[in-house]
Design a protein around this ligand. Structure first.
Ligand code: SAJ
Length: 417
């Protein structure tokens, strides 16, 4: 079996490497020449634990190659981005381009799998694009079980930071356009999968991916809403959730500065875009989570105002320290991070010094450089007047209570109080 993976990002590259590590011939295709050149040197262009070793071994063993042009293969996996266009609508241009790029090299008997997070119906749409480009071949929408080409939707569900483990261990939803498509896709993933392949149709599999991330978003929104209510009522939300979770059927997630990353804050909108009338709770959850950074900014403003009254200082003489920029703990990924958004808003509003503590980076991103100073944990604790905890990095959890002499603190993760 030869396998071609289209899109060598956070999902495509680990998946290509996983097949190659089982001695399959894999050609990864990406339009990014830098990524292709890096991979062909046995190196990686993204940050993910253990991925470097697997890619290096696969490339050196001759099992994994990268290319900027599609090649003929027995199976294709499409793992390209599906961003927004306009007002939170899914943009399928990369999937369309990927489908049209493989169409000319498709041979009878090939299997095409879409892995990108997509709206319901995307797989059928992709099969249409392929059929239009290749009238000489038959596809499941026309020929069912007898089709020359099999097509399936098989979403990834790996957690960034644990991709190499979860890729192998997690169960996998397999949504074939026909039962034969599903059987062939299951057989393919079983090359490296230790989890189970669970078979359904393509539309259910598409919705399943969107549902998983919407479930998490709605549950985080519940926790974030509680944090607003508790702040008003003078109740410690962390203690409240700990107590409520002692009930055998209650399991509340943790509030925070907002929801970041590239999936949970995006995927629910795909459901809303297709079902604007019905998806009321899902939309509201997105709005609750998206508004949390602004609420945190107001907490910071109120805390600084209290400090000014107590200290008699002018705002320009006050130093605020923001602890954390990443979108979740113990990673260096700052993209779509609510902590970043809050630090930026603070730096713009505040006339005094704004410090940033982020142990996982060595220099400030461009947006913040010039407006903030990157300092160590110790320096911030020694020099700042107001502390704002934005990410529960292990370095911050390790800070002993007595080391924090400041009384003016906004703690969005409940680490210090
Ligand atoms: N967060 C909270 N409170 C919590 C849990 C998370 O505020 O109790 C925040 C995090 O700080 C972060 C955001 O939510 O800003 C998302 O973090 P996450 O760890 O929940 O998820 P991601 O975005 O890293 O990965 C998710 C995973 N989906 C689910 O857990 C349902 C992963 O399995 C998916 O594969 C991934 O999205 C994806 O690619 O879709």
């Amino acid at each position: 079996t030869t396998i071609s993976v289209i899109g060598l990002g956070y999902i495509g590259l680990p998946t290509a490497a996983a097949f190659a590590s089982r001695q399959k011939q894999v050609v990864g295709v990406d339009i990014n020449q830098h990524a292709v050149a890096t991979i062909n040197k046995g190196e990686i262009h993204i940050v993910e634990p253990d991925l470097d070793k697997v890619v290096k071994t696969a490339v050196e063993g001759g099992y994994l190659k990268a290319s900027t042009t599609p090649v003929a293969a027995d199976a294709y996996l499409i793992a390209v981005p599906t961003p927004f266009k306009g007002d939170h609508e899914p943009d399928m241009v990369y999937v369309e381009a990927a489908a049209k790029s493989i169409a000319p090299v498709l041979k009878k008997g090939a299997l095409v799998i879409l892995e990108s997070t997509s709206p319901v119906g995307a797989t059928e749409q992709m099969a249409e694009w392929l059929a239009e480009a290749r009238p000489d071949l038959t596809f499941p929408q026309q020929a069912g079980e007898q089709a020359d080409i099999n097509v399936a939707y098989c979403p990834e569900r790996v957690l960034p930071g644990q991709v190499m483990v979860e890729l192998i261990k997690n169960d996998r939803v397999i949504g074939g356009m026909t039962p034969v498509c599903s059987a062939r896709a299951s057989e393919l993933y079983n090359i490296f999968l230790e989890g189970e392949c669970v078979v359904t149709n393509s539309r259910t599999a598409e919705m399943c991916k969107l549902t998983e991330n919407s479930f998490r978003d709605v549950n985080i929104a519940f926790a974030n809403e509680l944090s607003l209510i508790c702040a008003d009522q003078g109740i410690n939300v962390w203690e409240l959730i700990r107590l409520a979770n002692r009930h055998p059927r209650v399991n509340i997630l943790q509030p925070g500065p907002g929801v970041g990353g590239h999936c949970i804050a995006v995927d629910p909108w795909f459901i809303v875009a297709q079902n604007p009338q019905q998806a009321r709770l899902i939309r509201t959850a997105r709005e609750v989570n998206d508004s949390k950074p602004h609420w945190v900014l107001n907490q910071v403003k109120a805390t600084v105002a209290d400090y000014l009254t107590q200290s008699g200082k002018r705002a320009s003489e006050v130093t605020i320290a923001c602890f954390g920029l990443a979108f979740k703990p113990n990673i260096d990924d700052l993209r779509e991070s609510p902590a970043m958004e809050i630090a930026e808003m603070i730096a713009q509003w505040h006339s005094g010094e704004t410090q940033v503590v982020e142990p996982n980076i060595h220099e400030l991103p461009k947006k913040l450089a010039g407006h903030c100073t990157l300092v160590s944990v110790d320096d911030a604790l020694a020099t700042a007047d107001v502390l704002v905890l934005l990410v529960d990095h292990s370095e911050f959890k390790a800070i002993k209570g007595e080391a924090v002499r400041q009384d003016y603190i906004v703690d969005t993760k409940g680490v210090w109080r």
